[in-house]
Design a protein around this ligand. Structure first.
Ligand code: ADP
Length: 218
């Protein structure tokens, strides 16, 4: 089923969302006050509007509440981002995803009813920091404000150790939820499975537990 998505703000973040959605064959409406931006992305969307998303009458006239998903990707103009999100929820848009520039902006977006608040710069910074600190961390994904999933490349210290013998849950409080081995993925691996060097362990735990594991195993 084709999803109808509207993206407001075609900066680097909004622009990359539009390109990805176009790859996924979604029907995309874009809105930006900047004509040059709307033109720049024209091959990726089905409808483009040069307009101000804080103009409630304009949003109403284009039937914005018929869209399943609206993404507020306005960057630096925090006031416009907040006002737009508020108007979208007032108009009855089901799912509004908004990009936050900082923690306080994020809190305000949550309070006024944004369904999903994303912090792309902060999240990317955290992911890169983890990869820098531990050369074995290949990916880092936040699942809540306190817990994360880490993709960890097993070095020779893990070679031929059985999951049960590693005892990561007792030692660190973390769990292996899957193992990537070559092109295979072993989901919920059995405790009898032996790890091989180069396996990617997909681990879940609290940030504190994962940090402890990363620094101990480095
Ligand atoms: P990024 O950090 O993702 O690059 P920017 O702040 O550079 O974000 O870009 C945000 C985009 O949002 C710009 O193209 C800007 O013209 C657009 N924009 C800002 N305010 C509004 C608004 N009220 N209505 C529509 N588009 C807006």
């Amino acid at each position: 089923m084709k999803k109808e998505v509207a993206v407001i703000g075609l900066g680097r973040f909004g622009g990359s969302i539009v390109m990805e959605l176009s790859e996924m064959n979604a029907d995309v409406l874009v809105i930006d006050t900047n004509e040059a931006r709307v033109n720049e992305y024209q091959e990726y969307y089905s409808e483009g509007i040069i307009g101000d998303s804080t103009d409630e009458a304009m949003l109403k006239s284009i039937g914005i509440n018929n869209y399943d998903n609206v993404i507020v990707a306005i960057g630096d103009n925090i006031q416009a981002s907040i006002l737009t999100t508020l108007i979208l929820k007032d108009l009855g848009v089901q799912k509004v995803t908004a990009k936050a520039q900082n923690t306080y902006h994020g809190k305000v977006l949550e309070k006024i009813g944004a369904d999903i608040v994303v912090h792309p710069e902060r999240d990317m910074g955290r992911r890169i920091a983890h990869r820098l600190v531990s050369s074995s961390v290949v990916e880092y994904l936040e699942v809540s404000s306190s817990h994360s999933i880490v993709e960890y490349s097993a070095n020779e210290r893990f070679e031929n150790k059985r999951i049960n013998d590693l005892n990561l849950s007792d030692k660190f409080g973390i769990s292996i939820i899957a193992i990537k081995r070559d092109n295979d993925i072993i989901v919920s691996p059995d405790g009898q499975i032996s790890i091989l060097t180069g396996d990617i362990l997909i681990l879940i735990g609290s940030d504190e537990q994962l940090n402890h594991f990363e620094s101990t195993m480095e």
